[in-house]
Write a protein that binds this ligand. Structure first.
Ligand SMILES: [Zn+2]
Length: 89
C-alpha cells in the first residue's frame, strides 16, 4: 500500500508521519517521488470528478482505471466519496 493521503505522508523508511515535503524530517529519506505520486493521484481525482460532473463517463472511467493501477484501495475511497461505491453483500 502506498503511504499517501491528501495532507500528510508517512515515511516508508522510518514511519514518521508528516506534512508533504521532499525529505523526511526524521531520517532524511528522499520523499520527492512519493510527493510527485501524491500530486498525480490528486490530479487524477480532480479530473475524474470533473469528467463525472460534465457527464463524460468514458473519460471518467479512464481516470478511474489509472487510479486503480496506482492503488485500488485509494480508488475505492474516492468512489465512496463520490457516492459511486456499492457493497455487493
Ligand atoms: Zn523517515
Amino acid at each position: 500500500m502506498i503511504p499517501t493521503n491528501r495532507t500528510k505522508c508517512r515515511c516508508p523508511s522510518c514511519g514518521a508521519e508528516q506534512v508533504w515535503q521532499d525529505e523526511c524530517r526524521r531520517c532524511r529519506t528522499d520523499l520527492r517521488e512519493l510527493r510527485l505520486l501524491n500530486e498525480s493521484i490528486q490530479s487524477l481525482e480532480r479530473k475524474l470528478t470533473e469528467a463525472l460532473e460534465v457527464g463524460n463517463y468514458r473519460l471518467a472511467l479512464r481516470y478511474a482505471q489509472k487510479l486503480e493501477q496506482i492503488d485500488p484501495v485509494l480508488l475505492k475511497g474516492i468512489l465512496q466519496q463520490l457516492g459511486l461505491s456499492r457493497d455487493f453483500q
